[in-house]
Each structure stands twice: as structure tokens, then as C-alpha cells.
Design a protein around this ligand. Structure first.
Ligand code: SF4
Length: 396
């Protein structure tokens, strides 16, 4: 695992993302690539993932030149995948590619399918980090989000993870839910802190009016005036209060939505924030590799049946392939690097990207209290973090 020179942040440089698209039902705010299924074809999906991995390695053998430093099984609901299938996939990955002995191997689990035996199976398969999609400990907030677990199941899932031997557990929380109060979000942070995870994420609920042409239940209600989201000021208050409670428990904010004990940040997410390369397999999975001074981003077929059909016929399941030049990569590194509390070495980034330094804009952002210097890097102040996207745009 290397230290990224631009952010001083330890991150995987090359990782594997495996998308598991199945969920028991679609949550009303979800616009991810998922497939609703009562019966999950776990073994068939595992075979297809390994088949795509072989195809990707034939297409770009360079993936096997450097050991994977992270493997991330995300979804969807990967904890619907039987431990034996996960074990087979991880074994297949190790057979096809070098994997660093210190690799972070994460799996996302939903509390309603996270019993001790299942989690112990994942641990035995080589998963060493569990990300629990708890979202809230408040029954009302969970009901609004359409989640099928109860607050009690959320806590039980955490204890089950510990009983299964996981010493690296992350808890996901959602803020800015319709009807959610500041008190409820603080109570969620307190319950999270009381459990003592190594990591917590606090995402703000985003409701897009349209996404890839398909609306979510929430975006339709918003458009029809039937959904009231907390206003921006209330969400900012929640973010600050949650950060304070988690920080008080040792879970320091290290990225706009992420908090961790020292040394326990997500190496895989850090790969995305620092421009690392990711091989991606599974329906809708998005991968990236460097190419010259730019890079290539590939997106797999988002339809699970079409993805299965392509892979099983021995075809690469590409839906999109985007070539990024050095300027496009600069914009991404800027946007993502500024999310980190460690800051971003803007002058080094400008030099590396061949971009003219934005000195005047930088000075204005510092003068107005949005950015602050830390050593040779610059980072967003608390105020700046709330308007991160607008600020990044000013440096493009
Ligand atoms: S469980 Fe997660 S991935 Fe599945 S529908 Fe709900 S939000 Fe989307």
C-alpha cells in the first residue's frame, strides 16, 4: 500500500471491484444498478463473475502485473450471496491475479441478511472488512427509507460481525432523510459510536429528479411536490453534529462523508479519491485504468440479464467506454482529492497535469475561508466542505 504523493494519503493503487446486483426489493431512493430477485442465482452469478475476470485479463493482461491491494464486493446486497459462492469467487480471483497478502477485502452487508453463521463464512472466505448498511437506528427513519431491517437487527448485525471475527467494521448512516430531525441524526451517531466500529460513513440522501432516464420513487414524489426534504441548512447542521459525535468517539472525519479510527480508513475508497486503477466486474460495474497521460473508464452492461448473457457467451459486457484526457483526469483528481482532510497538493497537481496554476482563484478561496493551507497542501475548511462541488468547479 503506497502513500499518494498528492494527498499524503495511504491508498490502494490497484483494486478489484465486484458488483453484486441483487436485492430483495428496491428502496424508494435507490438509483444503483440492481436486480430485484426473491431467489438469487448465486452460483450462476459467481461463475459469470469469474468468466468476466478471465475475459478482462485476456483483454488487458497488464492487470496481472501488479498485486491487487483491495478487493471490494459491493452492490446491491452482496450479503445475499452465499458464503460458498463468495469463497469460490475470492479463490478464483487469487488464482487469476496476484493479491497482496495485506489486501483489504471488503463486503457490503445489509442487516436483514447478516447472521453470525453467514458472516463467519465470509470471514473464512477471506473477507477482512465488513461494511454494514445500517443507515439509521430509528424505526421511523428506516420506514421512510423503505429499509426492511429493524433497529434491533442493525445492532444484532454489528454484534454478529464481531462474533464472526471481524475487527474492521464500517457502519453506514444516511442523513437528510425526509422528516428526519437533528436529534434523530445525533441519536444515530451516538448509537454508532456506542457500538465502537472502526469506520463510519455518513452519506447525505440525494434525490435526483431524473437519473439515466429512470426515476426513483423519491424523485417522482419530489417532482410531484409530495416529498419534503430537509433544507440545506438543516442538512449542514446534521453533518456537523454527526461529525462531532463520531469524532468524540475517536472516529475522525478524514473525508467529507467518512470517519475512522486512526489507520482504519477505507483503502479501496481511497483508491478512487486518489486516482488509483480499478478492475471492475459484474453487472453495471465501472472500472478505470491509466493510459498515457489520460485514462480509460469502462462501464459494464447495467441490465443483469444482458450482462449474464454476454459473459456466458464469452463476450466482454461493455456498455460504455470513455477515454479521458489529462485535463479530464485533472478535474476528477481535483474534485475527489479535495474531499480528503489530508488536503491536496494543488501545485504538484497543476504541474503534473500541465494545467496553468489557478493562483488568483486559490488566493480568493483561502481569503474567503473556504480553503486552508496544510504544509504544501490545501484542504477544505468545514465551511468549504459544505460547498465542495462549487468550490472545485472554481479551480477547474
Ligand atoms: S439495499 Fe441498497 S442497493 Fe438494494 S435497493 Fe436498497 S439502497 Fe439500493
Amino acid at each position: 500500500m503506497e502513500i499518494d504523493p498528492l494527498t499524503g494519503f495511504e491508498a490502494a493503487r490497484v483494486g478489484l471491484y465486484v458488483h453484486f446486483p441483487y436485492c430483495l426489493r428496491r428502496c424508494p431512493y435507490c438509483d444503483f444498478t440492481i436486480a430485484v430477485a426473491r431467489r438469487v442465482p448465486g452460483a450462476r452469478y459467481a461463475d459469470a463473475v469469474l468468466a468476466e475476470l478471465r475475459l478482462r485479463l485476456e483483454q488487458r493482461p497488464a492487470w496481472a502485473e501488479r498485486p491487487l491491494e483491495s478487493v471490494y464486493l459491493g452492490g446491491g446486497t452482496p450479503s445475499l450471496w452465499g458464503p460458498q459462492d463468495v469463497a469460490r469467487v475470492l479463490q478464483g480471483v487469487r488464482g487469476a491475479l496476484p493479491v497482496s497478502p495485506a489486501a483489504e477485502v471488503s463486503l457490503e452487508a445489509n442487516p436483514e441478511v447478516a447472521d453470525a453463521a453467514r458472516l463467519a463464512g465470509y470471514r473464512a472466505a477471506g473477507v477482512n472488512r465488513l461494511s454494514l448498511g445500517i443507515q439509521s437506528f430509528d424505526a421511523g427513519v428506516l420506514a421512510t427509507l423503505g429499509r426492511s431491517h429493524s433497529p434491533l437487527e442493525a445492532e444484532s448485525a454489528f454484534h454478529a460481525a464481531r462474533a464472526a471475527g471481524f475487527d474492521n467494521v464500517s457502519v453506514d448512516l444516511i442523513l437528510g432523510v425526509p422528516g428526519q430531525s437533528l436529534g434523530q441524526s445525533v441519536a444515530d451517531a451516538r448509537r454508532t459510536a456506542a457500538l465502537g466500529p472502526e469506520h463510519a460513513s455518513s452519506y447525505v440522501l440525494t434525490v435526483e429528479r431524473e437519473h439515466l432516464g429512470a426515476e426513483t420513487v423519491f424523485s417522482r414524489r419530489l417532482r410531484q411536490g409530495r416529498l419534503a426534504l430537509p433544507d440545506d441548512g438543516a442538512v449542514v447542521e446534521m453533518m456537523d453534529a454527526v461529525g462531532e459525535v463520531l469524532g468524540g468517539a475517536g472516529l475522525a472525519r478524514y473525508e467529507i462523508s467518512s470517519h475512522a479510527l486512526p489507520g482504519r480508513h477505507s483503502r479501496h475508497n481511497a483508491l478512487y479519491w486518489t486516482g488509483g486503477e480499478s478492475l471492475a466486474v459484474g453487472a453495471g460495474a465501472v472500472g478505470f485504468h491509466a493510459s498515457g497521460t489520460g485514462g480509460v473508464r469502462t462501464t459494464n452492461l447495467r441490465s443483469t440479464p444482458r450482462w449474464l448473457e454476454a459473459v456466458e457467451a464469452g463476450r466482454l459486457p461493455d456498455e460504455e467506454r470513455e477515454t479521458l484526457d489529462a485535463v479530464a483526469l485533472y478535474e476528477e483528481r481535483l474534485l475527489l482529492g479535495l474531499r480528503l482532510r489530508s488536503g491536496l497538493d494543488l501545485f504538484a497537481l497543476w504541474a503534473r497535469s500541465g494545467v496553468t496554476p489557478r493562483r488568483t482563484e486559490l488566493e480568493a478561496l483561502i481569503r474567503d475561508g473556504f480553503l486552508e493551507p496544510v504544509d504544501q497542501r490545501f484542504r477544505l475548511t468545514t465551511r468549504g466542505a459544505h460547498v465542495h462541488q462549487e468550490l472545485s468547479a472554481r479551480l477547474v
